[in-house]
Write a new protein. Structure first.
Length: 629
């Protein structure tokens, strides 16, 4: 919950009082501001914008009065503290010895726009913006533009269904001409195919010098998907063996790539010990928080290329920041000079756009055409309606049942869940459970399990993940598909929820309970590694875990399923947003069903997820000026 929607935590209160003591004496103004800054980072914001906060909350002399009651004020001392007018409040903070201006090393940083940061988050934001802008301004040497043009034509033949510019080809040209290239697109727009051909393109621009390349993603699931896609498509490129050999087939998590150290926030690779790479590709960047992306970019050598892939419209990271969305905020504003150069290289007629003062504008490409969801696709039409905030149109698409790949079921009472879910849950999970019972190999069982998933907006409550997993087990037991007498029954799927570096099992990893090949009477839980190898563990050895027929939409990021069933609550929730519904929908490759209450669904589409941050201003509004002063 945001500060005005719930109580501050003990950590927020202790931090506020510590700041007051560090400043030399009681200061209610400082305590409130420090508590809000601490709370904001815990909720995914990078900072708290005190000017906006003060405008939203109307104060009386003793209590907080607003449409959004500030219960958190009661957690401070004195409990009825009324902050002064915003100008006086900001002046008091600037006079505090623990509050610095941007660039000053103090526990709190207050910029001229009234944004208050914990120092480390100001540092991450400043560092990432500077690094991205520097890379956007750099221009790698292109030894042979004629060959670059020929390779672009060879690697990107015109698709017969394409109308308008071939943005994949444009993205490849940008990646060749720039040290940083950001590619955003929805499902089926060909992000992975594009980046594979970009890597092939770059191998032909080095005068025979081999390139050191790496593929990475924020989670093991996302890394595995990237790896599988690259391996499957690589043979179709038709390149010489020496060029193909340069394209990596293994993807790792960012933590493994950077050299994570247990119980440490720093990595083995950093600015002083950079990664030995010429090209780094990072997939699913929408899932990467500010701190991790800042550390990743800082660990790249000065001359290395950085290619960032993702979908800017998806949910932001569970960590602080909405980085990809803010990086892409000025996309489509290519400078006239660079647009002319791209047109000459690609032969594509590129539309004009508003110019931007930021050098990053030339480094961003938005893929528009979905090859998976065509004009007749209900998933595609619904995704567009959700992204544009058109709630009535989205509900009409679902309720009219004119598209076979999307469906709606009104669900207002939790008591209706068992009846409504019995048939789809049975149909969705029976194939993998029967395959496990019939002795199919683990790879086949995993493939069938990934055909279907229940996704929930919430974790707790009657419409949440915990209740849904219990209900799924109850349904499957009733249909005789799982053994009701065992906790570790054949086919039980589990998700790891706490990292175990010794076992190399990490939050989000999914395993399935199957017989041990060496002793079929004993059950083991098998996990599919990034390298495609299976690893089995005794159930007693697993770190903290939970059954995973149902998962939150957040946890589903980086995964795709043939079909999804999305359960939303019957009352509004701060969790429900346009981004959450879009992310849930686009986990489905073939069919998506939504179960919920129409008014709540419509309200979620109208609510955009906003995170307080200064990154957008640093990159787009005032590049190279930022928030100093």
């Amino acid at each position: 919950m945001r500060p005005e929607q719930g109580l501050l935590t003990d950590l927020d209160r202790h931090f506020a009082r510590f700041m007051s003591r560090l400043a030399g004496g009681p200061s209610p103004e400082l305590e409130l501001a420090a508590a809000l800054a601490s709370h904001a980072t815990g909720q995914g914001d990078i900072c708290i914008n005190l000017r906006q906060w003060a405008r939203r909350v109307r104060w009386s002399e003793a209590t907080a009065e607003s449409t959004e009651t500030l219960e958190s004020a009661e957690a401070l001392e004195p409990s009825a503290f009324t902050p002064p007018p915003i100008g006086e409040w900001l002046s008091a903070l600037r006079a505090s010895p623990v509050v610095g201006r941007p660039g000053e090393r103090q526990p709190l940083v207050l910029d001229r726009r009234g944004r208050l940061y914990l120092y480390r988050y100001w540092s991450y934001e400043h560092q990432l913006a500077e690094d991205l802008l520097q890379r956007a301004e750099a221009a790698p040497e292109i030894p042979d533009e004629a060959r670059l043009r020929a390779d672009l034509d060879c690697l990107y033949p015109r698709h017969p269904d394409l109308v308008g510019p071939d943005w994949q080809k444009v993205a490849a040209a940008v990646a060749a001409l720039k040290q940083v290239c950001v590619i955003s697109g929805g499902p089926g727009t060909g992000k992975t195919s594009t980046v594979l051909r970009i890597l092939a393109l770059l191998t032909g621009q080095t005068d025979g010098r081999p390139l050191r390349m790496a593929l990475a993603a924020p989670t093991g699931k996302a890394a595995a998907r990237l790896q599988e896609a690259i391996r499957a498509a690589k043979p179709s490129l038709g390149l010489e063996p020496e060029r193909l050999a340069q394209i990596p087939e293994e993807a790792s998590t960012l933590h493994r790539l950077l050299g994570a150290r247990p119980d440490a926030v720093s990595f083995r690779h950093d600015r002083d010990n950079p990664l030995p790479l010429d090209v780094l590709v990072v997939d699913e960047v929408s899932m990467v928080g500010l701190a991790l992306l800042a550390k990743t970019v800082a660990a790249l050598p000065d001359g290395a290329r950085l290619i960032l892939l993702g979908d800017k419209d998806q949910l932001a990271s569970v960590e602080a920041g909405a980085v990809l969305g803010e990086i892409c905020a000025g996309g489509g504003r290519t400078s006239p000079e660079f647009r002319a150069r791209l047109a000459a290289l690609t032969g594509e007629a590129l539309p004009r756009g508003r110019e931007s003062p930021s050098p990053l504008a030339d480094a961003i490409v938005l893929l528009r055409h979905s090859f998976r969801f065509g004009a007749a696709s209900g998933i595609g039409a619904l995704a567009r309606a959700i992204n544009r905030g058109r709630a009535a149109e989205a509900l009409e698409l679902l309720e009219n049942a004119t598209h076979e790949d999307i469906a709606w079921r009104t669900l207002t009472d939790p008591a209706e869940l068992p009846e409504r879910l019995t048939e789809p849950v049975t149909a969705g999970f029976a194939p993998y459970l029967r395959a496990a019972r019939d002795g199919a190999g683990p790879m086949e069982v995993f493939a069938r399990f990934n055909q279907f998933r229940v996704l929930c907006a919430l974790r707790r409550g009657p419409f949440g993940v915990e209740a849904s997993n219990g209900l799924c087990e109850e349904i499957l037991r009733g249909r005789g598909l799982i053994d009701p007498r065992q906790d570790w029954y054949l086919g039980r799927p589990v998700m790891i929820v706490r990292n175990d570096y010794n076992l190399r099992l990490f939050n989000g990893d999914v395993g399935i309970t199957l017989p041990d090949p060496e002793d079929p009477q004993r059950m083991r839980v098998f996990f599919l590694g990034n390298d495609g190898a299976l690893r089995g563990f005794a159930p007693a050895r697993l770190p903290e875990h939970e059954t995973v027929y149902a998962m939150t939409v957040h946890k589903s990021q980086g995964s795709e399923f043939d079909r999804v069933l999305v359960v939303t609550p019957n009352e509004p929730s701060p969790v429900l947003s346009r981004e959450l519904l879009y992310t849930a929908l686009t986990r489905a490759k073939q069919q998506a069903s939504f179960y919920g209450e129409p008014a709540v669904f419509a309200a979620a589409i109208e609510r955009r997820l906003r995170r307080s941050s200064g990154l957008r201003d640093r990159l787009w509004v005032e590049p190279r000026v930022g928030d100093a002063g």
